[in-house]
Design a protein around this ligand. Sequence first.
Ligand code: PLP
Length: 448
Amino acid sequence: MKYDKIIVKTELPGPISKKIIAVDEKFVSHSYTRDYGMVAKRGEGAFVEDPDGNVFLDFSAGIAVCSTGHCHPEIVETIKKQSEELIHMSGTDFYYETQVNLAEKMSKIVPIENSSESNPVMSFFGNSGAEAIEAVIKIARNKRRVPRMLAFIGAFHGRTIGALSLNGSKIRHHEHFHPLLPGVVHAPYAYCKRCPYGAKYPGCNLECVDFIKKTLLAKIISPDDISCLIMEAVQGEGGYVVPPVEFVKAIRDLTREHGILLAVDEVQSGMGRTGKMFAIEHFGVNPDIMAIAKGIASGLPLSITCANREVMNWKPGAHASTFGGNPVACAAANKTIELLEKGILANVNTVGAYLKSKLVEMQAKYEFIGDVRGLGLMLAIEIVDNKKDFNPDCVLRDKILHAAFAKGLIILGCGPNSVRFAPPLIVTKEHIDMVCGVLESVFAGLKK
Ligand code: PLP
């Protein structure tokens, strides 16, 4: 099968999809947030077909997961080969080469402060982003032996109780689930378009960092009680917010000054999505701990938490996961990294710049596109009432998502009022032109 265009041949969702959705409604947890009725049957590259034969262009990549595209032939071949040889053994109790090879590779590509030949980057394997964050929390507590944490408003780190304690993006994540981990304090992130201090960047003297220094650390939380400060280098669920380089550097300086560990959550922004292997590399800063998941194994469940040997200095039994770092997922990750390095990463930069330029052109044309932002193929447009008042228009954003789906384009929201573009990293300029064609016709139909 070779997909090369969007085909919408039934009403959406189609009749077979509708039946599947009806069963889902009856038996599947209602905690999942489905924006519209997209039922996936098969995928190839940047396209997904539903059971009714409609073909969609997928600019969500299974929420930034299918980095090498749907069912990349080399990934499929690797998975087949590995599953014929060994599917599971558990790296918690035994050794296998795919896991060891992956850890060795991660030690070469993950930038961690003070890592060296004698203090190498070590890997802990889990199955999901939230698990990677749980490992961050435990590594930091184990190293520093103090319980408190700093996180940011707008952040999303997962939905297990520990990871959830660090979230600051949606009240739905929190309501009815307290008590969470005690001792977490949230600071405003550098979302300069909507600065909580009403300041304008540049020229604001980083009031947001000052607030942490002069208010939080002086009046509310002692640096000596903080195990780690966790941040996304580019906020994902919060709205694809890219902070100024100076902000990230100032946070690194602040944490270093107080001996607080700096943990970076690269679950969404990592594995090439921003045009560098890890988003933090855009800021010239090395963290002490890094959490990675989503795109690492091209769709198989795998997460890795990295730190240098001195920081990850826990004892056998302190942390482990039966399935974490399964041989098939590790083999897929090794192949994913190879494919990224062989050309996909370069593609992210050329195609990402092309998509951004097209979105900027649209921004000039449409009053409701308040902002275009992001790095590589982690891009978003922020939907507002008009450019002057700049009030979030969440209803219009949702209308855009639905209208795009009706025309065969899969896109998701991020933040309260932004549309995200997180396609497979193998997309071409032709795919971008298709997306822009769909967006133009969606916008024309909005009568705004
Ligand atoms: N961290 C970030 C930045 C994320 O975007 C996500 C998921 O969207 C997570 C953590 C949690 O990942 P998972 O859903 O695999 O637990």
